[in-house]
Design a binder for this molecule. Sequence first.
Ligand SMILES: Cc1ncc(COP(=O)(O)O)c(CNc2cccc(C(=O)O)c2)c1O
Length: 292
Amino acid sequence: CRYIYMNGQLVEKEKAVVSVYDHGFLYGDGIFEGIRMYDGNVFRLREHLERLYDSARSILLNIPYTMSELEDIIVETLRKNKLYDTAYIRLVVSRGVGDLGLDPTKCKTPNLIVIAEQLALFPKELYDVGISMVTVPTRRNRPDILSPKVKSLNYLNNIMVKAEANMAGANEALTLNTEGYVAEGSGQNIFIVKGKKLLTPPSYVGALEGITRNAIIDLARDLGYDVREEPFTRHDVYVADEVFLTGTAAEVIPVVSLDARMIADGKPGKETHNLLNHFRKLVVEDGLKVYP
Ligand SMILES: Cc1ncc(COP(=O)(O)O)c(CNc2cccc(C(=O)O)c2)c1O
């Protein structure tokens, strides 16, 4: 049986229901985090929770739990579900129950939900052969409209982007910002390797500041790579030596084509492979131990 944490209780999955008056359901009014446990280590949990609190502050949502209370809740939920080596944790905080109006002040109590599941891994061959990408017409939402740095429940932009990649028969979507600079994937950050440089869009271009992105930046710098957060265009991706995406679920995935242009020799790059190997070592160390 699987247990879901809801507002102080661990309830059986079938009983884990939210009110139809919850503004997370009615309007996508809420925030979330996707977190991963490796060998009992919840990778960079603190960084994820810091981002959660930033998202909350940004949308005027007060999370009625301290960071250490959230850590304890996540540990309790993982243990209750007897999850040991790998797990995916979905943490959701909605505005809570209100009336049918938009006014967030009508919602008195935010809802906290923690789902912990055995992780569904990306198919292994995607890492071996790499993925195809297509630039989609739907742009990443502008920071002055709905900040892409807020990991909110408003994921329709991401879903439409993913749908456009599906329609084009590509594995993933590349989004541009309104100026035409590369932003990120549907739910992953992007990196390109060019000569000795490793580039990723700075977050002001309009992307979520990914935990995996930041870990790869730190890791690559420690390994001596010349890492730069600089804007780049589709052309720069077409002529890159290597391209890869990063994300909690995806980890580090090689990209071998964009818009029918093969990236270099069309095979996953060796720097990509090198970074993924080092990342796999980092994720079991850096974080919170569930079974000390
Ligand atoms: C828009 C966006 N950009 C980048 C990332 C990567 O960030 P992290 O390195 O912190 O995970 C995300 C988060 N990635 C995310 C969120 C929800 C679902 C899925 C999925 O692939 O099913 C992926 C995201 O939603």
